[in-house]
Design a protein around this ligand. Structure first.
Ligand code: 5GP
Ligand code: ZN
Length: 123
């Protein structure tokens, strides 16, 4: 079920272009238009869910798959965490902003995957 005025539903539907790096039956992954770090990807479910707070136990598989995708995406981009390595671009961060207080701007759940040398921009 898509939401008429939702920018991420439009990206999922291909009505708005995006720099897509991954897609499967549940999610698409594309580059953030205003990257805060060298790697800044958005993992976006195809299904419209406004916030993490709207998720229920039925969504635990989807949420688990989104989280498990992060290390694969980071590895593919060259930012896997390597124990013992202290280079700056060693590892990554996942973020899900929820609600105005959490800094959420797009009300279609998405997980940010960020990596790269500091400093990062505010997001
Ligand atoms: P939020 O603040 O909701 O957690 O994150 C929304 C993110 O979506 C922001 O980092 C913003 O740059 C990104 N964004 C907003 N509109 C678009 C768009 O049309 N295309 C892409 N690729 N990213 C977008
Ligand atoms: Zn949507």
């Amino acid at each position: 079920m898509s939401h008429d005025n939702c920018i991420f539903c439009k990206i999922v539907a291909g009505q708005i272009p995006s720099a897509q790096v991954y897609a499967d039956d549940d999610v698409i992954v594309f580059k953030d238009i205003n990257p805060a770090a060298e790697l800044h990807l958005l993992v976006v479910p195809r299904r419209h869910i406004p916030t993490l707070q709207d998720c229920s136990v039925e969504d635990q598989g989807l949420l688990g798959r989104m989280l498990l995708l992060a290390p694969k995406l980071a590895r593919d981009a060259g930012f896997a965490f390597e124990a013992g390595s202290h280079r700056e671009a060693n590892g990554f961060r996942v973020v899900m902003n929820t609600g105005p207080g959490g800094g959420q701007e797009v009300y279609h759940i998405h997980m940010h995957v960020l990596a790269g040398p500091r400093p990062w921009k505010r997001m």
